[in-house]
Design a protein around this ligand. Structure first.
Ligand SMILES: *[C@@H]1O[C@H](CO)[C@@H](O)[C@H](O)[C@H]1NC(C)=O
Ligand SMILES: *[C@@H]1O[C@H](CO)[C@@H](O)[C@H](O)[C@H]1NC(C)=O
Ligand SMILES: *[C@@H]1O[C@H](CO)[C@@H](O)[C@H](O)[C@H]1NC(C)=O
Ligand SMILES: *[C@@H]1O[C@H](CO)[C@@H](O)[C@H](O)[C@H]1NC(C)=O
Ligand SMILES: *[C@@H]1O[C@H](CO)[C@@H](O)[C@H](O)[C@H]1NC(C)=O
Length: 309
């Protein structure tokens, strides 16, 4: 008995130590950046922004040359847009083969950023706590990279967010309950990561949510009945292997739902008759669970996987 617990705890300790190291590094970098005060004049800010972008190495050398000969602003660079005052509002580097740590981008230099799209690159390191500074952010897209560490709780400060995409990374830890403060969130993509723990019931506060995809994580526990408060939800994917307990009957309130995927879990009990009230349902996946009892006769969906009852 004692030997078993020892052989389990050594790898767990090692993982924990590596995690602490990685995240300590993130925190230190973030603190260094915070020391840099926001600039006074808009011209000075433009200069600082151009320099901060150049230092990431994420723009090709031709743009680099351009930058050094005309350092006054980065507004004309690929994937950059600015507001009327010349301050950067969009950084779009989708699928540009970017490498290195995400923290190379000094978030504190971009107070007016509305959209950050760095999807489909090879970015590493953690998501810095400092991301919470970007109060104007509406679109945050970091999916399909190699990011590690936890989802920083400071993301809960980004109350203008419409889209949060962190899918297909190596993000671990819990889903911070503070995500429930993002009242404008419409799209939440967290699939294919290493997230653990339960689905926070605070997700039920995201009343504008239309798309929620958590599939392929190490999330366990029950489906919070509060999910039934997300009246605008059209797609819900909780195919997670480890969910237990019943299908909450509150899911029957999700009258806009078109796709419901709960397959491959350990969900038990019977299918709530209220599921039959989901008139917009196109696809329902419930196979590989521990469900019993009849299929609600009210179900009028177009496609369904065959599941053993
Ligand atoms: C430098 O860039 C700014 C802003 O894009 C532009 O207005 C200015 O004409 C450029 N100057 C030179 C010398 O190219
Ligand atoms: C949320 O969205 C609405 C409408 O799109 C917008 O007016 C508001 O400023 C946004 N932000 C917050 C924090 O509610
Ligand atoms: C839901 O969607 C409708 C129509 O798209 C929209 O008017 C409404 O603001 C959204 N949010 C809530 C909470 O109903
Ligand atoms: C949900 O995720 C699974 C993978 O775990 C995937 O096979 C399935 O297509 C997804 N369902 C929907 C409706 O997107
Ligand atoms: C379903 O599973 C949960 C936890 O795994 C258990 O407590 C409960 O009794 C089960 N319910 C049914 C109806 O089998």
């Amino acid at each position: 008995m004692a030997t078993t617990s020892l052989s389990i705890s050594i790898p767990i300790l090692a993982i924990w130590a590596i995690w602490i190291l990685l995240c300590r590094k993130c925190l230190d970098n973030a603190l260094q950046q915070l020391v840099v005060a926001a600039s006074g004049s808009s011209h000075a800010l433009q200069l600082k922004q151009a320099k901060a972008l150049q230092e990431t190495g994420w723009w090709p050398s031709t743009t680099h040359a351009q930058a050094s000969s005309n350092y006054s602003s980065a507004c004309h660079w690929d994937g950059i847009t600015c507001n009327a005052g010349g301050s950067i509002t969009t950084i779009d580097r989708f699928d540009q083969g970017l490498r290195g740590q995400l923290i190379k981008l000094k978030f504190s230099f971009f107070p007016n950023l509305v959209s950050l799209d760095l999807r489909w690159n090879s970015l590493t390191g953690c998501i810095p706590l400092e991301i919470g500074i970007l109060k104007n952010l509406v679109y945050l897209r970091l999916s399909f990279n190699m990011l590690v560490g936890p989802i920083p709780s400071t993301l809960g400060h980004l109350t203008n967010l419409n889209t949060l995409g962190l899918s297909r990374n190596k993000i671990n830890g819990f889903i911070p309950p503070g995500i429930g403060m993002l009242k404008n969130l419409t799209f939440l993509y967290l699939f294919s990561n290493m997230l653990v723990g339960p689905i926070p019931s605070t997700l039920g506060h995201l009343i504008n949510l239309e798309y929620l995809d958590l599939h392929q994580n190490k999330i366990n526990g029950f489906i919070p009945p509060e999910i039934g408060m997300l009246k605008n939800l059209t797609s819900l994917n909780l195919s997670l292997k480890m969910l237990v307990g019943p299908i909450p009957s509150t899911l029957g309130h999700l009258t806009n739902l078109e796709y419901l995927d709960l397959h491959q879990n350990k969900i038990n009990g019977s299918i709530p008759p209220k599921i039959g009230m989901l008139k917009n349902l196109i696809s329902l996946y419930l196979s590989s669970n521990m469900l019993v009892g009849p299929i609600p006769s009210t179900l009028g969906i177009k496609s369904m996987d065959p599941f053993p009852l």
